[in-house]
Each structure stands twice: as structure tokens, then as C-alpha cells.
Design a protein around this ligand. Sequence first.
Ligand SMILES: Cc1ncc(COP(=O)(O)O)c(C=O)c1O
Length: 430
Amino acid sequence: MSISEVNGRNVRSDELHDRALERSPGGVHSNVRLRGPHPFIRSAKGAWLFSVDGRDYVDYLLGQGPNFLGHAPDQVIQAVSAACRDGLIYGGQHEPEIQAAELVCSVAKWPDMVRFSVSGTEAVQAALRLARAATGRTEIIRFQGHYHGWLDNIFVGEHDGTWGAASAGQVADHLRPCHILPWNDAELLVEKFEQYGSRLAAVIMEPIMINAGVIEPLPGYLETVRELCDRYGVVLIFDEVISGFRIALGGAVERYGVTPDLATYGKAFAGGFPVAAVVGRQDLMCRFGTGEVNHSGTFNSSVMAMAAVTATLTSLRDQPPYAKVGEHGRALMSGLLDIAARHDVNLRVAGLPAAFHVSFGDAQVRDYRSLQQLDLARYERLAAALVDNGIWLAGRGVWYVSAAHGARELDAALTRFDKTLEEWKVKAEQ
Ligand SMILES: Cc1ncc(COP(=O)(O)O)c(C=O)c1O
């Protein structure tokens, strides 16, 4: 295959980008992709992406998480293809959606009931609405640096030290019931619950803050949150859209031993297909069933989605990839650190083998604010250079490992990482 590269530029990708700009704002269909990586992809299989310019990339972005079984996993593609022959959307119920819901409950172990949706954003909205209906309250606590989708009532960002709406056009009033707190600070949370705990409908969090820094909860933090929610009658929502079925078969609930009232899942549990879910206790979830709380969606629980969830969860349950993912992730994390040390670069690698964070610096990181003490801009430049050398990553520092990563990918990743740091040295980038 020819490589359409001139002076380091991806010629065909550049042509396609110019064409895309004509019809799609920014040339992308999700603002998350505005910041790259930019080469256009022709195909993907296992842990590899192949570009229209004839290059290959060992993938540690996994489509922002969904490809936990690798790209185009045979067992999922076959199951979905077979199921689709019998139709896609019925506007009625079908047995595969029962099977998928049963599997989610039995594999995750703690939930009683499931409602499927298409995106994690929607699943979060369903959980918040349910919590508000069940408690008769509107206020919620959410945390700095956690991401729960892009809608007005939950999407936040920091500007000059103040947290609020993150996008132009967002109705800031929709965030009024939302207290935005630093995470991992149990004392602060106790104080806030004493002030307004009886007004709260829900506390929502990523139980491990993967979206910003892959930061684990401090020992006892989740237990304190659970205890406060119980004491004040507040619904605890774990947003496991990234952590679910990835950091362990039972997600963060299994790893940390704290059970929420509701949770949201997505990404890893559907082998790359667009599916998400809100799950939880029967006494809460049943409010959807009486019609009291609305949760709707034309494409919810499509034949395709249900076949994907069933095939993916069956695979994760019967051939658990967690030991292999752990082995690869640990070897990669220590390999990156060894190479960086050899090049005299103060790389920081932290998190879990299935999802870890790479940056520069040596701050003690426990929340969003302390994460900002790291040199995140410098990492963003490194990520762009790594993409140029064939490692597929985004600039915010998270590396995801899949079941398809093995010795060949480890070797390629470390060789390409080494080459990138060598080039940086030559360019005096460091
Ligand atoms: C923790 C978390 N919740 C919710 C979402 C939103 O999911 P989606 O992009 O499928 O709408 C994401 C997306 O990355 C996420 O990471």
C-alpha cells in the first residue's frame, strides 16, 4: 500500500478534511473530535486503525472507550449481523431486549432493572429525572472535572476559577439546581450536606474520575458519600459510562465495594455499538414502568443494540479479558516510564491498567484542581507527536487498553514512543 505522505503531512486526510469542512462545522460531528487526532480512518480491526494515507496506528483511544473488545470484534459483528436480518426496530417488544437486560443485571450483579438508551448523555438524563421524581427535590451535587454528557443541565466548565456553563448558547439557569463541588473531599461534602442535604435529589459522580486524570476515590470517600446519601434520603448515581465492565467485570461497584441507587452504563458493554443504559433498584426504576416518569427514545433497545450488548457481555463473562488487559496495561505503563527516564523526561503515568493517565509533572493529584498543576499542555503536544508516529491518542491524557492488545501492540507502542521522545530531544521540544 502506498503512503500518501509528503513532508510528514497526510495528503489524502488533508484533502478529506478540506472537503468535510464544506459540509460539517469543524469537519467533525462531535466537538470532542475538534482537537484531534486528525488523520482520516479507512478501517479498524483489533487494536489497530488504518488511515486513508496508508498508515497504521496502534489504538489506545478505543473510539473514546467503546472498543474494549477491540475494533470490529467477530463475535459481536456476527451476532448483530444475524439479528439484523430479522429487522431493526419494531416499535414493539422483542425477546432479545429481555435477554440483554437480564445479562446486564446478572453480570453487574447489583441492579434489579434496566432501561436502555442510545447515548450515555441520555442515560444520565433519565437517572437525574428519576431521582428528582423519587425524592420530590430538584437540587443535585455534581463534581468538578466529571463529565456526564453535553446537555444544558449538567455540562460544566471552569472559567477564571468559576464553574458554570461550558458552552455558548447553554441556558445557564438550567444549572441553577446544580452544586458543582471539588471531588474526593469528604469533609467538604459533610459540610455541604449539613447545609442543604435535605434539598438534594441526587449526587452524581464518576466513581473513578476517568474523564479528568483517571483519579481513584480516596479510601473511605465513596463510603462517606453513600452514608450521607442514606442519611439525607438522596439518590446516589454512579456514572459508569466509562468504568462499567472495563475496570472490572462489575465496574467501579465491584472494585470499590460501594453500591449506588442508580448507575449509567455505555461504551464497553456493547462492543462499539451505540448503546447506553440506566440501571438501578427496583423501587426507583419502577417509576418508569408506571408512566409516572418519562423515558423515551425511538431507537432505544433496537435489535442491533440488544444483540451487541448480549454478545459483548457474554464474551466478557465467559472469556474475561481483565487479566490480559491488566498485564498489558501494567507493562505499557512501566514501559513508558522506563523510556521517559532514559530520555530524562519527567513523565507521570497514573491510574489503572485498563485506563490510565499520562502527563508531565509530579504533583499530588486527587481532584480536578490538583490535576491542573501538571503540564497538561505539554502532554497535548506529545500526544500529537505520538499520533504522527503511529499511536492513536487524544490530547487529554487518557490511554485505554482493550482485550485486543497483546505483545505485538506493546512492542509497537513502546518502539514508537521511544522514537517520538528521541525526535523531541533532537527538536529540543522537551
Ligand atoms: C462518564 C460519562 N458519562 C456520560 C458520557 C456521555 O456519553 P455519550 O457520549 O454516549 O453521550 C460520557 C462520554 O464520554 C462519559 O464519559
